[in-house]
Write a protein that binds this ligand. Structure first.
Ligand code: FMN
Length: 156
Protein backbone atom coordinates (compact mmCIF):
# COMPACT_ATOMS: atom_id res chain seq x y z
CA UNK A 1 0.00 0.00 0.00
CA UNK A 2 1.14 3.52 -0.78
CA UNK A 3 2.28 5.63 2.17
CA UNK A 4 1.05 9.08 3.13
CA UNK A 5 3.40 11.79 4.31
CA UNK A 6 1.62 14.52 6.26
CA UNK A 7 3.77 17.45 7.32
CA UNK A 8 3.93 20.95 8.65
CA UNK A 9 6.95 23.18 8.25
CA UNK A 10 7.25 26.81 9.28
CA UNK A 11 10.84 27.62 8.40
CA UNK A 12 11.54 24.89 5.85
CA UNK A 13 13.59 22.28 7.74
CA UNK A 14 10.85 19.69 7.96
CA UNK A 15 9.88 20.27 4.34
CA UNK A 16 13.49 19.70 3.30
CA UNK A 17 13.47 16.28 4.95
CA UNK A 18 10.06 15.40 3.49
CA UNK A 19 11.30 16.33 0.01
CA UNK A 20 14.32 14.03 0.46
CA UNK A 21 12.20 11.13 1.62
CA UNK A 22 9.51 11.46 -1.03
CA UNK A 23 12.18 11.07 -3.71
CA UNK A 24 13.00 7.65 -2.32
CA UNK A 25 9.62 6.10 -1.54
CA UNK A 26 6.23 5.79 -3.15
CA UNK A 27 4.14 8.26 -1.16
CA UNK A 28 1.45 10.90 -1.41
CA UNK A 29 2.39 14.11 0.36
CA UNK A 30 -0.03 16.35 2.25
CA UNK A 31 0.87 19.68 3.81
CA UNK A 32 -0.87 21.00 6.90
CA UNK A 33 -1.47 24.72 6.46
CA UNK A 34 -2.78 27.19 9.02
CA UNK A 35 -5.90 28.99 7.79
CA UNK A 36 -4.30 32.25 8.73
CA UNK A 37 -0.60 32.14 7.89
CA UNK A 38 1.89 32.88 10.65
CA UNK A 39 3.92 36.07 10.57
CA UNK A 40 7.13 35.87 8.58
CA UNK A 41 8.95 37.36 11.57
CA UNK A 42 10.55 34.40 13.36
CA UNK A 43 10.69 35.94 16.83
CA UNK A 44 7.02 36.93 16.64
CA UNK A 45 6.16 33.33 15.83
CA UNK A 46 8.35 31.97 18.64
CA UNK A 47 6.40 34.10 21.13
CA UNK A 48 2.98 33.40 19.63
CA UNK A 49 3.83 29.71 19.42
CA UNK A 50 4.58 29.66 23.13
CA UNK A 51 1.25 31.25 23.88
CA UNK A 52 -0.58 28.78 21.62
CA UNK A 53 1.18 25.72 23.02
CA UNK A 54 0.74 26.78 26.63
CA UNK A 55 -2.97 27.37 26.08
CA UNK A 56 -3.49 24.23 23.97
CA UNK A 57 -4.72 26.37 21.10
CA UNK A 58 -5.95 24.29 18.18
CA UNK A 59 -4.99 26.73 15.49
CA UNK A 60 -7.35 26.47 12.55
CA UNK A 61 -6.05 24.62 9.53
CA UNK A 62 -7.08 24.31 5.91
CA UNK A 63 -8.79 21.07 5.12
CA UNK A 64 -6.24 18.34 4.39
CA UNK A 65 -7.41 16.50 1.32
CA UNK A 66 -6.49 13.04 2.51
CA UNK A 67 -8.61 9.91 2.34
CA UNK A 68 -7.11 7.93 5.19
CA UNK A 69 -8.74 4.71 3.93
CA UNK A 70 -6.09 4.66 1.23
CA UNK A 71 -3.17 4.34 3.64
CA UNK A 72 -2.16 2.07 6.45
CA UNK A 73 1.06 3.93 7.19
CA UNK A 74 1.29 7.66 7.76
CA UNK A 75 4.60 9.45 8.06
CA UNK A 76 3.82 12.47 10.21
CA UNK A 77 6.40 15.25 10.16
CA UNK A 78 6.46 18.19 12.53
CA UNK A 79 8.86 20.70 13.99
CA UNK A 80 9.03 20.91 17.78
CA UNK A 81 7.35 24.01 19.14
CA UNK A 82 7.85 24.58 22.81
CA UNK A 83 8.65 20.93 23.59
CA UNK A 84 5.78 19.42 21.62
CA UNK A 85 4.30 19.23 18.10
CA UNK A 86 3.34 22.47 16.34
CA UNK A 87 -0.23 23.66 17.13
CA UNK A 88 -1.42 22.99 13.57
CA UNK A 89 -0.26 19.40 13.88
CA UNK A 90 -2.17 19.21 17.14
CA UNK A 91 -5.27 20.37 15.24
CA UNK A 92 -4.64 17.79 12.52
CA UNK A 93 -4.41 15.00 15.10
CA UNK A 94 -7.66 16.13 16.70
CA UNK A 95 -9.49 16.16 13.37
CA UNK A 96 -8.04 13.17 11.54
CA UNK A 97 -8.10 9.81 13.28
CA UNK A 98 -4.75 8.02 13.06
CA UNK A 99 -5.46 5.51 15.84
CA UNK A 100 -5.52 2.53 13.50
CA UNK A 101 -2.60 3.65 11.37
CA UNK A 102 1.03 2.80 11.70
CA UNK A 103 2.54 6.22 12.30
CA UNK A 104 6.19 6.98 11.66
CA UNK A 105 6.95 10.43 13.05
CA UNK A 106 9.62 12.76 11.77
CA UNK A 107 10.44 15.38 14.35
CA UNK A 108 12.81 18.26 13.64
CA UNK A 109 14.08 20.37 16.50
CA UNK A 110 16.88 22.50 17.84
CA UNK A 111 17.88 20.11 20.59
CA UNK A 112 14.95 20.31 22.98
CA UNK A 113 12.62 17.55 21.96
CA UNK A 114 10.62 17.72 25.19
CA UNK A 115 7.57 15.44 25.24
CA UNK A 116 6.86 15.50 21.52
CA UNK A 117 7.01 11.72 21.02
CA UNK A 118 4.80 11.04 24.05
CA UNK A 119 2.28 13.63 22.84
CA UNK A 120 2.11 12.03 19.39
CA UNK A 121 1.59 8.64 21.04
CA UNK A 122 -1.49 9.97 22.82
CA UNK A 123 -3.14 10.26 19.40
CA UNK A 124 -1.26 7.51 17.63
CA UNK A 125 -0.87 4.31 19.64
CA UNK A 126 0.91 2.57 16.77
CA UNK A 127 4.00 4.72 16.53
CA UNK A 128 7.18 3.15 15.28
CA UNK A 129 10.66 4.18 14.20
CA UNK A 130 10.52 7.86 14.93
CA UNK A 131 13.10 9.97 13.08
CA UNK A 132 14.40 12.75 15.29
CA UNK A 133 16.53 15.35 13.57
CA UNK A 134 18.42 18.17 15.20
CA UNK A 135 19.08 21.39 13.37
CA UNK A 136 21.51 24.12 14.37
CA UNK A 137 20.14 27.10 12.49
CA UNK A 138 19.64 25.74 9.00
CA UNK A 139 22.28 23.01 9.38
CA UNK A 140 21.17 19.46 9.92
CA UNK A 141 23.34 18.16 12.75
CA UNK A 142 22.06 14.58 12.79
CA UNK A 143 23.95 12.22 10.48
CA UNK A 144 22.17 11.56 7.21
CA UNK A 145 22.72 7.83 7.81
CA UNK A 146 19.94 8.09 10.41
CA UNK A 147 17.59 9.24 7.65
CA UNK A 148 18.73 6.40 5.37
CA UNK A 149 18.00 3.88 8.12
CA UNK A 150 14.52 5.36 8.66
CA UNK A 151 13.81 5.11 4.93
CA UNK A 152 14.94 1.49 4.89
CA UNK A 153 12.50 0.70 7.68
CA UNK A 154 9.48 2.29 6.03
CA UNK A 155 8.64 -0.82 4.07
CA UNK A 156 9.47 -3.36 6.74
C1 FMN B 1 7.52 28.67 17.77
C2 FMN B 1 8.78 27.84 17.79
C3 FMN B 1 9.05 27.09 18.92
C4 FMN B 1 10.17 26.26 18.95
N1 FMN B 1 10.36 25.49 20.06
C5 FMN B 1 11.40 24.59 20.06
C6 FMN B 1 11.58 23.71 21.17
O1 FMN B 1 10.83 23.69 22.15
N2 FMN B 1 12.62 22.83 21.13
C7 FMN B 1 13.49 22.79 20.05
O2 FMN B 1 14.41 21.99 20.06
N3 FMN B 1 13.32 23.62 18.98
C8 FMN B 1 12.30 24.50 18.96
N4 FMN B 1 12.11 25.32 17.86
C9 FMN B 1 13.02 25.13 16.71
C10 FMN B 1 12.37 24.25 15.64
O3 FMN B 1 11.82 23.07 16.21
C11 FMN B 1 13.40 23.77 14.60
O4 FMN B 1 14.09 24.86 14.05
C12 FMN B 1 12.68 22.97 13.50
O5 FMN B 1 13.61 22.24 12.76
C13 FMN B 1 11.91 23.92 12.58
O6 FMN B 1 11.29 23.17 11.56
P1 FMN B 1 10.63 23.90 10.29
O7 FMN B 1 11.74 24.69 9.64
O8 FMN B 1 10.15 22.80 9.43
O9 FMN B 1 9.55 24.80 10.78
C14 FMN B 1 11.04 26.18 17.83
C15 FMN B 1 10.75 26.98 16.72
C16 FMN B 1 9.64 27.79 16.69
C17 FMN B 1 9.34 28.60 15.47
Amino acid sequence: MKKAIVYYSYSGHTKRIVDMIKEKIDADVFEIKPKEPYSTDYDTVVDLGQEEVNNNVLREIEEVNINLDNYDTVILATPVWWYTFAPVVHTFLEKYDLKDKTVMPIITNGGWLGHTVEDIKKYCPNVRNELILKFDGNNLETSSSVIDKFIEEIDN
